[in-house]
Design a protein around this ligand. Sequence first.
Ligand SMILES: [Zn+2]
Length: 466
Amino acid sequence: MRVTPFGAAGEVTGSAYLIEVAGSKVLLDFGFFQGNSRQDEKNVIPPQLHVGELTAVVLTHAHLDHTGRLPLLTKEGYAGPIYGTPATLDITAVILRDSAKIRLTDTLHDNRKRQRRGEPPLEPLYTFDDVDHVVALFKPVPYETPTIIAPGITARWREAGHMLGSASIEVTLEENDKKRVVIFSGDIGQRGAAILKDPQPFTKADYVILESTYGDRDHRSIPETVHEFEEIIKTAVAERGKILVPTFAIGRAQALLYYLALMFRNRVVAPFPIFLDSPMAIEATRIYQNHPELFDEELQMLREDHPLREDLKTVTPTPTPDDSRALNEMHGPMMILAGSGMANAGRILHHLKWNLWQRETWVLIVGYQGHGTLGRQLVDGAPEVRIFGEKIAVKAKIRSLGGFSAHAGQTQLMEWYGALTANGHSPKVYLTHGEDMPRQTLQEKLRAKFNANVVSAQFAVPIEIV
Ligand SMILES: [Zn+2]
């Protein structure tokens, strides 16, 4: 029995693991490598992985960096089951369709250039058809119910608190008389995050594959971040500002709507117009509303009084580009939530171009901003930026909120692992889903505190389960 990582080893994208036991071959997550265009050559089926031999696929959660390569499997003829929680499968369908659309648009763009150079056109990495074939294979599984997914492999999904439907997965491997438990953390969320239940740790395992995205630091606390958010909104609304929020469509957008609903309900600020300017965020919000069983206790209680929808009567979805363009002519106070989350693409670019040079504009940065992105330039205080080739002066007020991360910080990762050592045994840990620095720091911390055997997982290097 063994587990081989095919991504997210020494980086935070491309999550994929091949589990082999008793003749079964199961893939756990099959995510996209993201970050820059050079990553695209990594978005393939690794040669060591033979699609015809795969027995099943299981998913921890819907994010593209955990699901984005699935259509490559169906393109190669994979027709076995794909297991995930119901919400994960609902959201995965939305994410993969969006991904297919981006592949198609990019390929058309590239092909126009190739044509001018007299080169033959290329095919997109995958199409809507490939995605439809993926969706047809979905098999929903409930949380906490051990499910036999292949001979010798039983899986149990447990709340990871990272996004709607997200899970850590306990995998029990059996071969002859040998039985081993391997836990895949998936991405672990922050305790006390909006909407979601807290991550639930496991208490027993032989091996743990642990994410380490923020293995080197803690975030600012959520209550402090919410307070900061409220103060910014109060000031911006009092000044009748136009508040632009580059935001990830799934997770962050819904969390912000939640906090805005509470502000309106508690009369922290009077309701003002909010525009959800992202077709994917609109669809994701609908999926969130369809899964109230996954909400945390706090949101359940709030809903008993009255649904959040009633607090959010001033929220308008703007699905079409025309709806989006109409926002240019409007004045504050108002808020526009639009992608992309790092302001390097998407509708937010148009809003920034129209408003960044105006003093009454506010830009609220609520997520991680990668190097080289427009979002990062704004956070770093650039006096002018380039948008669609045009120089734009930055006169807007830029505010940054660091505490709304969907990932647990160092302390909570340590506590999640700590729960597994309660019986006096420290399971062997393989760290993945983290860049070198966070991964190394977490490694040292886990060794010092739990005397754990901690290893950095490597791409395509098998982990033998002994
Ligand atoms: Zn994730």
